[in-house]
Design a protein around this ligand. Structure first.
Ligand code: AKB
Length: 332
């Protein structure tokens, strides 16, 4: 089904995953062959200067198609999305960006007979009625958030495009992603990144998720590996398409704080939960990702201890240079 790869488009390339994914793809396939797009946020100099970059609105068919045609794109990594927290504050925006953006990416791929579309899903597809420990690949999908609803609809429409049009669509149900380059924005799992920045900056952090609420997480190097590995897996080996459970490890805020304290003994955590607590409680504590392991060889490299050590090393180096948050050690 898949044709030879030509050029790649990454939407949402200024976001947490998109920014590092673009750089990893440029490294692998050549910088000029990987086109990055964002909506409004300024890209880092590294992202902007290393290859083609455009500001586009993924909900405008013509604008996306123009970039695709100009650059002879045949693979789209459609990373642009509104996440769970922002989605609950603005459900209409979340529905519009996530659903319209996804359909436009699929339609352009179908119209131009592109090789492949990578469409992210999320642990947000789970909700009421599914087992929360080692949540299976196949289970009830009854999410509580509009973000989760767009992701369930996304998984179903992806399967539809595979069956109906023979389009090669793949994707992962991302857990919370922990990373040191670009801050996440508007998600429920964001606490697991913020905690590191604050541990280094002021040695304390107030978590908006309660101490014992466990969630599946993954460190960015594993996230990049998983995303590129699923994109490159032989289509004939895949029984699933855009709904693979994947996870690195599961943690709650108290466990993460205890691990950070091993490196920064003065670090203190406190708790002030908000509306995101209910979202976190509706999501799995841990994930069964055996289908990903069996169908395309998924295996994470980082556990909690290895991730924490690497995060602190990277962020402490930036803090020493005065660039923890990019231009300074203070949050914007
Ligand atoms: C969020 O918290 O909304 C995202 C996700 C798990 O999809 N990080």
């Amino acid at each position: 089904m898949a044709k030879e790869m030509k050029n790649i488009l990454v939407t949402g390339a200024v976001g947490q995953i998109g920014s590092e994914l673009t750089m990893a793809l440029r490294e692998k396939y050549g910088a000029q062959n990987v086109v990055a797009t964002g909506r409004k946020t300024e890209p880092s100099a590294r992202l902007r200067d290393s290859g083609p970059f455009y500001f586009i609105d993924v909900t405008k068919h013509r604008t996306v198609r123009e970039v695709v045609e100009k650059h002879n794109i045949d693979t789209i990594y459609h990373m642009a999305a509104i996440l769970s927290g922002t989605g609950e504050k603005n459900p209409g925006l979340c529905w519009n960006v996530n659903m319209k953006g996804m359909i436009i990416a699929l339609e352009i791929a179908r119209e131009l007979e592109m090789a492949r579309v990578i469409l992210p899903s999320s642990i947000a597809v789970f909700g009421e009625g599914c087992p929360q420990d080692l949540t299976p690949q196949e289970t009830v999908l009854r999410p509580k958030t509009v973000y989760g609803i767009t992701k369930v609809a996304g998984e179903l429409i992806c399967d539809y495009y595979v069956d109906r049009y023979g389009l090669d669509v793949r994707g992962l149900r991302y857990p919370g992603i922990i990373s040191a380059e670009t801050m996440p924005g508007g998600g429920t799992t964001d606490y697991a990144v913020e905690i590191f920045y604050e541990a280094i900056r002021v040695k304390k952090y107030t978590s908006f998720i309660g101490p014992e609420t466990s969630l599946p997480m993954m460190y960015m190097p594993d996230c990049l590996k998983a995303t590129i590995d699923i994109a490159e897996a032989p289509f004939s080996k895949l029984e699933h398409h855009s709904d693979f459970n994947v996870s690195g490890f599961s943690i709650n805020p108290a466990e993460l704080a205890a691990e950070i304290k091993k490196h920064i003994p003065e670090f203190e955590i406190s708790y002030e939960t908000d509306f995101r607590q209910a979202i976190a409680e509706s999501w799995p504590n841990s994930i069964d990702d055996s289908a990903a392991r069996e169908e395309w060889g998924w295996e994470p490299a980082y556990d909690l201890a290895a991730m924490t050590e690497d995060m602190l090393e990277k962020l402490q180096a930036r803090f020493a240079e005065g660039t923890l948050y990019g231009e300074s050690n203070d949050p914007k």
